[in-house]
Design a protein around this ligand. Structure first.
Ligand code: F6P
Length: 320
């Protein structure tokens, strides 16, 4: 393989730049030309590409976001769009493509493979919602950011004897909420993987803690589950403690990647290029028990995502 390309797609995630850097430098080390594609699959459709060299990825390892820019591309997500993108790749001599993104982006990669372009997917999303990997690029940074923010919120809640309901991202998966909630000592954690009951899962633990002398409370909820303002009013009425809300939002997606995300992204980027060198296609990369692994994209996406229910039980037991 003489020429490969790299793009980022879907929501950005800290560590994507480190992954791009690893792909570019490993590709050049393997004797290949490496093309950067701007704005995800939109860039492939518009031929918005440029040749990268060793220096074009200097000074990006430590930066959040993605310097290639990213997009969700409705234009690409049609049979005609995929065919056009594959045609453009062929015209530019691009034989292999590394796609850094989430499961939606991998479906696009799988479709491009069917059109003859060898694709490798790298899991880049703060949600940690890709089943064939223990960790996605960006998750660790987002988790640490969420924890830092909630620690700050706790300072003010503790000073006023208040309760705060904090909403974290996750896109229908509860890893961020569970692990942030455990790490900040949240008295209640709501995740999409478990049905909740406000009296049982929020009010009862708070009342139990109140009886034991606790005066301030942090509740962590995963996004897209509850109307946080309505929940605030209900909780305040039932526990008799002033309750505020805070939606952490996109602050969780930005920022300099943690050591863990930089290392993971660098390892995965290098591994993706090795797979292309070996002539592999339609693979998604993961890390399982600290070992890099790769799966057929369709099979990888079909693996059910496991949720650590036991850890949630532990969090509930010790946050008292
Ligand atoms: O997938 C990453 C993510 O940040 C999710 O956690 C969130 O649900 C979604 O993207 C938000 O998307 P947007 O930035 O388009 O609002």
């Amino acid at each position: 393989m003489k020429k490969i390309a790299v793009l980022t797609s879907g929501g950005d995630a800290p560590g994507m730049n480190a992954a791009i850097r690893a792909v570019v430098r490993s590709g050049i080390a393997a004797g290949m030309e490496v093309i950067g594609v701007r704005r995800g699959y939109d860039g492939l459709l518009d031929n918005d590409v440029f040749e990268m060299d060793l220096r074009s990825v200097s000074n990006i390892l430590q930066r959040g976001g993605t310097f290639l820019s990213t997009a969700r591309s409705p234009r690409f997500n049609t049979p005609a769009g995929v065919k056009q993108a594959a045609r453009n790749c062929r015209q530019m001599g691009i034989e292999g493509l590394v796609v850094i993104g989430g499961d939606g982006s991998f479906k696009g990669a799988r479709d491009l493979c069917a059109e003859g372009i060898s694709c490798i997917g790298l899991p880049g999303t703060i949600d940690n919602d890709i089943s064939c990997t223990d960790y996605t690029i960006g998750y660790d940074t987002a988790l640490n950011t969420a924890i830092e923010m909630v620690d700050r919120i706790r300072d003010t809640m503790q000073s006023h004897d208040r309760c705060c309901i904090v909403e974290v991202m996750g896109h229908h998966k509860g890893d961020l909420a569970l692990n942030a909630g455990l790490a900040v000592g949240a008295v209640a954690i709501l995740v999409p993987e478990e049905q909740y009951n406000i009296d049982r899962d929020i009010i009862a633990p708070i009342k139990r803690s109140q009886k034991l002398g606790k005066h301030h409370f942090i509740i962590v909820v995963s996004e897209l589950m509850v109307d946080i303002e309505a929940l605030c009013k209900e909780v305040e009425r039932k526990i008799g403690v002033k309750t505020r809300s805070c939606v952490l939002g996109h602050v969780q997606r930005g920022g300099s990647p943690t050591a863990r995300d930089r290392v993971l992204a660098s390892e995965m980027g290098h591994y993706a290029v090795q797979l292309l060198v070996q002539g592999k296609s339609c693979r998604v990369v993961g890390i399982k028990n600290d070992q890099l692994v790769n799966y057929d994209i369709t099979e990888g996406l079909a693996i059910p995502k496991e949720f650590n229910h036991e850890l949630l039980r532990v969090a509930r037991e010790i946050s008292i």
